[in-house]
Design a protein around this ligand. Sequence first.
Ligand code: PMV
Length: 392
Amino acid sequence: MFIETCIAPVNIALIKYWGKRDEELILPINDSLSMTLSTDEMCAKTTTAAAASFNRHIMWLNGEEVSLEENARAMCCLNELQRLAIAKGQLKFPIEWKLHIASHNNFPTAAGLASSAAGYACLVYTLAHLYGVEDEELTAIARQGSGSACRSLHGGFVRWHMGKLKNGRDSIALPIAPEHHWPEMHVLILVVNDGRKKTSSTKGMQRSVQTSDLIAYRAKQCVPERTVALVDAIESRDFQKLAEITMRDSNQFHAIALDTYPPCVYMNDVSHAIVEFVHAYNAAVGETKLAYTFDGGPNACIYLLEKDVSAALAAIQLSFPNDAAQSVEYVKGIPVERERKENNGFNGNATFPINEQNLLKYIIHTRIGKGPQRVDKAESLLDLTHGLPIEN
Ligand code: PMV
């Protein structure tokens, strides 16, 4: 049996991908730019195994058996990797051998946190190792699983170039700067309580392309200008500039979601309260220290520098009081030194709104991180003799 296990990170876009010009190949109408988050706090893990004795492909997602064959996007990634392996001509085992694949996210899928990006990036990266085809084409393959997945194949800051070719070969993700270029970049993810069923990104962006009058202007005019400015801000480690571009782009993406007909409503009242809080905080400290961004859901991702985490978290706790505030379960991830009240940037006098109790579910504190990694056999999700899921 041949077996490989890898982990892959989540990425959060600072300039959003929204809208496809080719639904089949997943080709976007604009470039996008993201930051990869550390796998220490959030990651997908995948084990793939191939053996002569397997009589069909089987996939387990978070412990549940799912059909690989019925998942057109996963099959597309698999076919592309097999094509590369055949082209390379160094097959370790016959290409016809069936696969067992187990994949697991170490963060709640229900939190709506870019789980498909990490998942597809991990699937493609692990299969590439299994077939021995580490290649520059990997991001173009992951893109065909879930668009944003292509950005999770690199660490640090990553740009997905929309490309021009019809076959999508030049629609690839390339690194802008590695994680050690700006290691002080941290993130607080505010997970919001919300039970509404939201329009999927696939359906949402399709509808936006068909109905929004604003989307073409954004893709042609705003994104190219913003991308140049953001690359510059990253290269010069200019947090204030990065923050403004990020917040403006998030706001514009949600404006387009609302300009879609019928509209896609992703942010909720709590999301808007977070936006208000961030602007009030930045105004109170006289500097842009926090930057929010929202994807296709109500959760906020707040970028900030390491030196500001403690004070910002204290202020968040004041503005969004929670019964569980003191529990270790409530603030997950990198431990934060508790800031003394008088040092939270407001000298104890809050100049921002105090919201009602328990609007947030929990907070994850994480940072910039590296791309996918191979991990030791001891961490396999499938047992090394039969290739069946290991109960955990
Ligand atoms: O890759 P998808 O289909 O999950 O789309 C992601 C879309 C956004 O998260 C809203 C933006 C982005 O660039 O990640």
